[in-house]
Ligand binder design. Structure first.
Ligand SMILES: C[S@@+](CC[C@H](N)C(=O)[O-])C[C@H]1O[C@@H](n2cnc3c(N)ncnc32)[C@H](O)[C@@H]1O
Length: 676
């Protein structure tokens, strides 16, 4: 028989599921033929047969031979990746697929393999999450806050006005919980009756015991002495690491003092739960009612809308009529020009005094505030190294869809300028604090104080990005530590801080835009003009909004639910959080971080990749992954293949049902709240 006949026979046997016979036929060609092309073809086929027979190690050997013989052929990578996935060697599978995609980014077999790999990882992770030990309380820092020393002195002064010169030492605590609780209750009664001094005295004289630490702190909290309360609870946590009530109380006292000022005059408060900070309704809120507004600590325009002019500081859209209608129309048609000018809102553009039209604002107020709070470090007239960042940002639009992620440079959909603005804000704030105190150069304490606004943003990530975007790391390090900057502006970004800030941004950024962009205002206004029809031939599609990504301190406390009861709206300057379902006093407010219309598996996958948690919201618990799978025990119905389900996809890809045994990957046990 000719080689081609044997190959065809092998293919026939393969198609009929006779993998063993097909393998023997392909082996014959490989062992007895000299034609490289026939050998290559047979190796590919045999690798697939071996894969189908579950001989994954042998399939990998053949796939490797294919890669060696034909380095530009993607089949070897696809088969090898599939076999590695079956062997649960997910990391190597992913790397193999990636190498294949470098040869052909559109290879369907590899893309399908990647989808299956992702499904396997997620299934696995779901199983491992059932025994999850995730605990936000344990992972949250109890480090003193900058400024605590001064506050402690102030608290002591208050205590002295009550005639108490010192507060009992933590070490004085002696065991007798019941009695301590009684003392505490009596003290609370005194407090309720307005007798603060006696209440505190009661606690001082009481017999202390282990559990007493909690009640002690509750009263300190009730008396509004949070630094003392935190200090007691810190000691208590150190003394008894198994007690979870003390660290929870610690975090609750902390959020109360940090977020109290932000939630004044709103319908919400911040509390600490096992998901970390959370926002709770302080009163009943009806659907459609506003819950709170929030202004961004840092913001940057998204890369895909950089061509739409907007204020760099408050996100106000500054699109001019000529940007939409074109200069020609305005120049040639006087009547239309007059109509446009009458209705287009007047929004003058203010340029930066240093870098000119590279950075524009809606007003001199925005320009000056931006300069004082971060731009003086980021202006290319002061710090030419920032030009690289602008170049990178402006190149984004030119990248094809497949390359939207720059290899080694940036891998997020928000602008890296957000990160740059975090460091620039810290540098400016540290210098402002130092200058107020008459110092030229910030002290260590000034730097710590300047970083504290960003301690409001969580930073969870289970892998380092240092190896993924090394060029961005070096660029940022260079931007903030180079000889063009005066010494007091220089800041060394460590690798650990870069990782932490990246995750801070990733976990917290929210997209928003000007709620009243000029085009919308114009259309609204012109629609009431009797001459409105003149404009009709010249109106095309609505223009892009100038979209921004912002980090909002209060909004960042909103946790996710796929059945969210609030929605986030544009609300200049920043965002407006509004109820979409009835929210009762004490209920938690939930937003959605993803497109909630996706099926559960995809939602969970996005949330895990972007935010590092596995969603257990009531909707996820209720919905399940599809009609073939039991929502209680995950058992899959036998012989039922429902199109579109995991089972169906698995069959399409691999010709038979996906195995349901999983290894643990990728464990998130090394998640930690990165201290910045
Ligand atoms: C924007 S923050 C929300 C506030 C956060 N709890 C905090 O303490 O800062 C996003 C992070 O909150 C946590 N989170 C939010 N929603 C969650 C949920 N439904 N289940 C578990 N963790 C959640 C995750 O750690 C996520 O990365």
């Amino acid at each position: 028989m000719m080689a081609t006949d044997i190959i065809n026979r092998g293919l026939f046997e393969f198609q009929h599921g006779n993998f063993k016979t097909a393998e023997q036929l392909f082996t014959k060609i490989i062992d007895q033929n000299d034609e490289e092309e026939d050998i290559l073809e047979s190796l590919k086929r045999r690798a697939t047969c071996l894969h189908e027979m579950g001989k994954y190690d042998d399939a990998i050997i053949d796939a490797n031979r294919v890669m060696k013989l034909a380095p530009k052929c993607t089949s070897g990578y696809a088969i090898c990746g599939n076999a590695l996935t079956r062997l649960k060697n997910y990391e190597d599978a992913l790397n193999t697929y990636k190498l294949g995609l470098e040869i052909d980014s559109n290879d369907e077999a590899i893309k399908n393999g990647l989808k299956f790999l992702q499904m396997e990882i997620m299934e696995n992770f779901e199983k491992s999450q059932k025994e999850s030990t995730y605990n936000a309380v344990k992972m949250s820092s109890q480090e003193p806050y900058p400024g605590d020393n001064e506050l402690e002195v102030y608290e002591r002064e208050i205590m002295q006005t009550w005639g108490l010169n010192e507060f009992p030492d933590f070490d004085m605590a002696v065991p007798d919980t019941q009695k301590a609780i009684l003392e505490f209750q009596e003290a609370l009664q005194l407090k309720k009756a307005g007798n603060d001094k006696n209440a505190l005295e009661k606690m001082r004289l009481g017999e202390y015991k282990e559990g007493f630490q909690h009640v002690q702190c509750k009263i300190l909290d009730a008396l509004n002495l949070p630094v003392h309360a935190e200090s007691w609870l810190r000691n208590g946590t150190k003394a008894d690491k198994s007690d979870m009530e003390m660290p929870l109380l610690f975090q609750n006292i902390r959020v109360k003092r940090l977020y109290g000022p932000l939630t004044e005059n709103t319908k919400v408060g911040v509390v600490f739960t096992h998901y970390g900070r959370a926002i709770q309704a302080a009163e009943d809120i009806k659907p459609g009612e506003n819950c709170f507004r929030d202004k961004a600590a840092v913001l940057a325009q998204t890369l895909d809308t950089l061509n739409v002019t907007a204020c760099n500081h408050c996100a106000k859209c500054l699109m001019r009529p000529e940007d939409y209608f074109g200069k020609d129309l305005l120049a040639k048609n006087k009547e239309v020009r007059t109509l446009i000018q009458r209705h287009w809102p007047y929004r003058p553009i203010t340029e930066c005094k240093g870098c000119g039209n590279q950075t524009v604002y809606c007003s001199t107020e925005c320009r000056d505030e931006s300069w004082n709070t971060y731009h003086q470090v980021l202006c290319t007239s002061v710090n030419p190294d920032v030009q690289q960042l602008h170049t990178i940002c402006s190149q984004y639009k030119n990248l094809s869809n497949d390359n939207r992620v720059w290899k080694g440079v940036w891998n997020a959909s928000y602008s890296p300028m957000v990160l740059a603005k975090i460091w620039a804000s810290i540098i400016c704030l540290a210098n402002n604090i130092a200058n107020q105190e008459g110092r030229q150069t910030p002290t260590q304490a000034d730097w710590t104080m300047a970083k504290s606004p960003f301690r409001k943003f969580i930073a969870y990530g289970n892998t380092s990005v240092l190896g993924i975007i090394p060029k961005m790391l070096t660029m940022m390090q260079g931007i903030f530590d180079n000889e063009n900057l005066p010494a007091h502006f220089r800041y060394k970004i460590t690798n650990q801080e870069f990782d932490g800030r990246y995750y801070q941004a990733t976990c917290n950024v929210q997209a928003f835009s000007d709620p009243a962009p000029p085009f919308k205002v114009f259309m609204n206004s012109v629609s009431k003009d009797p001459k409105r029809d003149l404009i009709v031939p010249y109106t095309k599609e609505d223009p892009d909004d100038a979209l921004f990504a912002g980090m909002f301190p209060l909004h960042a406390c909103l946790n996710h639910s796929c059945a969210n009861n609030v929605e986030v709206l544009d609300g200049h300057p920043g965002v407006l959080v509004r109820a979409r379902l009835p929210v009762k006093k004490g209920d938690e407010l939930f937003t959605t971080y993803i497109n909630s219309k996706l099926p559960r598996k995809e939602r969970r996958s996005w949330l895990f990749r972007g935010y590092n948690f596995w969603c257990h919201c009531p909707r996820c618990k209720f919905e399940g992954d599809g009609p073939d799978k039991c929502t209680e025990c995950d058992k899959v119905a036998e012989n039922v293949i429902v199109p579109g389900t995991a089972q169906h996809r698995a069959r399409k890809l691999h010709g038979r049902r996906a195995t349901r045994k999983f290894a643990i990957f990728p464990a998130n046990s090394n998640q930690e709240d990165i201290q910045l």
